[in-house]
Design a protein around this ligand. Structure first.
Ligand code: NAG
Ligand code: NAG
Ligand code: NAG
Ligand code: NAG
Ligand code: NAG
Length: 335
């Protein structure tokens, strides 16, 4: 967000203003922060911490900091705090820089940078898992906990192309401050773990935090590269289909009704799609609705197949995917 060229141009102006208005006698110099550290505080999560430079004078100015993440992915922001939490993959290492800045009206003064890095964890190339995919699903709790809904998690992956035959993989997830290791793996023919199932998790049905997944491994013949991936819940949630779909024909009216799917989201959070297949004429009608009922004018000599599917609407969460279709219901003339 701050490019070097304008900063340098503004800088000379700001020094002049500061010297003129605030610090007539002293040459003003911003000093970089000290003791900049990067600490891993959780799976795919680091804490950056620094201290104001103890030699900075004058001390009563409103210092801020400009943080630049260099790896694994460029990012750039300003803060008044002396620490900052980052959620990011860590298997390729992590590096960041910070500088002291001072806004003076529209002008910006900046110190030199201090940097720190975490090295990528060791491992032989081609040994980490690939094509990691995860999905979540919500079930009604059967009454054994305080929460009305439970979110399950399923992840699958492929064995790294150059992973030795004795490689074993281990999967962990973090949601918020909770981390769990997989207890239920599926295995390939060489007994290597290639999928994991968590019947219940700490993931919240309406949660907006990132889901962090870490897969590491061990082998007698090679160091296995770990692999991290962050998932947005709205993108991996498999919404349940609508419940209790009913359909009846009276005269030329086909009336379809259903209930909201099992979900932590309330009734107003769903969009539905109704699919009506005219079996005799062989054509589909598909309608998008936001209510839990739909009436279609039909030809009473035909037989129909009705299905409904659901998605969490954009008013409640970022766009995700449609549920499966409900089981087909057949109504109408059957002679
Ligand atoms: C920086 O770290 C050193 C060594 O740990 C410590 O002695 C010093 O007080 C720290 N400086 C600040 C400003 O926190
Ligand atoms: C794994 O992912 C790669 C690239 O994302 C893709 O080309 C490949 O087809 C995937 N393999 C399988 C078996 O899904
Ligand atoms: C509720 O489900 C859990 C596992 O999901 C099971 O262990 C427990 O026995 C069930 N309780 C009841 C009352 O059905
Ligand atoms: C895998 O990662 C977990 C969680 O960070 C760690 O506790 C465990 O020691 C690691 N195992 C291997 C084999 O690296
Ligand atoms: C669906 O129908 C069943 C049986 O008729 C009923 O017990 C249940 O409460 C209904 N579910 C909803 C969400 O209306």
């Amino acid at each position: 967000m701050i490019t070097m060229v304008p900063v340098l141009l503004i800088l000379s102006g700001a020094v002049a203003i500061l010297q003129a208005e605030l610090l007539p006698a002293e040459k003003f110099l911003l000093l970089p922060p000290v003791n900049f550290t990067i600490k891993v505080t959780g799976l795919a999560q680091v804490l950056l911490h620094w201290e104001p430079n103890p030699d900075q004078k004058p001390r009563n100015v409103n210092l801020e900091y400009h943080v630049k993440i260099n790896a694994p992915q460029d990012d750039d922001y300003e803060t008044r705090n002396t620490e900052s939490k980052c959620v990011t993959i860590l298997h390729r290492g992590f590096s960041a820089s910070v500088q002291t800045i001072l806004w003076h009206g529209p002008s910006l003064l900046a110190s030199s940078w201090v940097s720190a890095e975490l090295k990528a964890p060791p491992g032989s190339p081609g040994t980490s898992v690939v094509n990691l995919t995860c999905t979540t699903n919500t079930a009604a709790d059967n009454g054994s906990s305080l929460w009305p809904y439970q979110v399950s998690l399923r992840c699958t992956w492929l064995v790294g192309q150059d992973a030795p035959e004795d490689t074993q993989y281990f999967l962990y997830y973090r949601y918020g401050s909770r981390t769990e290791e997989c207890q239920e793996y599926s295995k390939d023919a060489l007994k290597r773990n290639i999928a994991c199932w968590f019947p219940r998790t700490f993931i919240q049905g309406k949660g907006r935090d990132w889901l962090a997944v870490h897969v590491n491994g061990s082998s007698k013949h090679a160091a296995i590269e770990p692999f991290d991936q962050l998932f947005a819940l709205h993108a991996i949630d498999q919404v349940n289909p609508p419940l209790n779909v009913t359909a009846e024909i009276e005269g030329t009216h086909l009336s379809i009704q259903w209930e909201k799917p099992v979900s932590a989201f309330p009734t107003h959070c769903f969009d539905y799609e109704v699919k009506i297949y005219n079996i005799r004429k062989g054509y589909f009608q598909t309608e998008k609705v936001t209510t839990r009922a739909f009436v279609s004018i039909v030809d009473d000599a035909s037989k129909y197949c009705v299905q409904v599917r659901a998605a969490v609407s954009a008013t409640c969460r970022a766009a995700g995917t449609w549920s499966r279709w409900s089981r087909p219901l057949y109504v109408g003339f059957s002679g």
